[in-house]
Design a protein around this ligand. Structure first.
Ligand code: SF4
Length: 277
């Protein structure tokens, strides 16, 4: 799912020949984030106006070649282990303290749980992580639309962290900011059920859309949704962020740091660990 959400300031996507594995040096995360893109076709079940995936350039085939995914991940981890990665542009400019892998995250050019190969890919990446990078957290960034499906739900056990999108409090803003007719209540129910099983992180994108921006009522409704989810489960953290790079739709604009901080503060009044990132 989602554009690269682990880093909003230093976006360096490399290993250009790869189909599934990419890497981002992230100052904020303090190192190298390895990304797993299970959506090489760039198809997503959302159409967020703030999306940073460039769909004017066509994607590749949808089918996931698991052997190639395995090979790409092993190759990258090998480059890290040998130190060769840090001799290659643009990674050679990374500060010494950032020359370490901080996570492996399923976060590609669409919703990662959509492809039928998702369960096998999750198990494969988990096994490679256990073998070559033990201790590095394995994360899933998801819009939570499909986590009620049995095969997807079972595969979530492979991940250490679930980072779930919740960009709105009302149906109306949800449909606009995520560009979908998907039922909002289904997402809320999915998040509530997930949080009841295990702690989740909420990632919330707030932005302006043309002349409109999320107002007090929207933020109150969003906070109410968070309360509802947390009442029966655990939200480990709420990350509030805004548009940082050129979005798919130029109508999507950034909120100010003060606005973001106000939204995070609203979540904190609900007793949640929330911060603007
Ligand atoms: S969920 Fe939204 S932001 Fe993420 S890839 Fe799909 S359209 Fe883009």
């Amino acid at each position: 799912m989602t554009p690269r959400k682990l880093d909003f300031s230093d976006h360096r996507r490399e290993l250009g020949a790869n189909r599934y594995i990419y890497a981002v040096v992230s100052r904020r995360a303090g190192g190298l984030s390895i990304g797993v893109n299970l959506n090489p076709d760039k198809v997503c079940n959302f159409a967020c106006p703030y999306c940073q995936v460039d769909r004017t350039i066509p994607g590749g085939p949808a089918r996931i070649d698991l052997a190639e995914l395995d090979a790409e991940l092993r190759h990258l981890l090998g480059l890290v282990a040998s130190g060769q990665l840090w001799e290659t542009a643009p990674f050679d400019t990374a500060a010494p303290e950032h020359r370490r892998v901080v996570d492996i995250a399923f976060a590609g050019d669409g919703e990662p749980t959509s492809p039928p190969e998702f369960p096998q890919a999750a198990a494969l990446v988990r096994a490679v992580r256990d073998e070559l990078a033990p201790g590095v957290p394995l994360r899933l960034l998801t819009n939570a639309t499909l986590v009620h499906r049995g095969s997807v739900r079972a595969a979530l056990a492979e991940f250490d962290d679930l980072w779930c999108k919740l960009d709105a409090g009302t149906d109306a803003w949800f449909h606009r900011v995520d560009g979908t007719r998907f039922p909002f209540n289904r997402i809320i129910r999915n998040l509530r059920e997930l949080a009841a099983e295990r702690a989740i992180v909420i990632q919330a994108m707030f932005c302006s859309l043309g002349e409109d921006r999320p107002g007090v009522e929207e933020i109150e409704a969003w906070t109410g949704r968070l309360r509802h989810i947390a009442r029966q489960g655990t939200i480990a953290e709420v990350q509030v962020y805004t548009v940082a790079r050129r979005p798919a739709d130029s109508a999507a604009g950034a909120l100010s740091p003060e606005e973001l901080e106000g939204i995070a503060a609203a979540a904190r009044t609900a007793g949640l660990n929330a911060r603007a990132v």
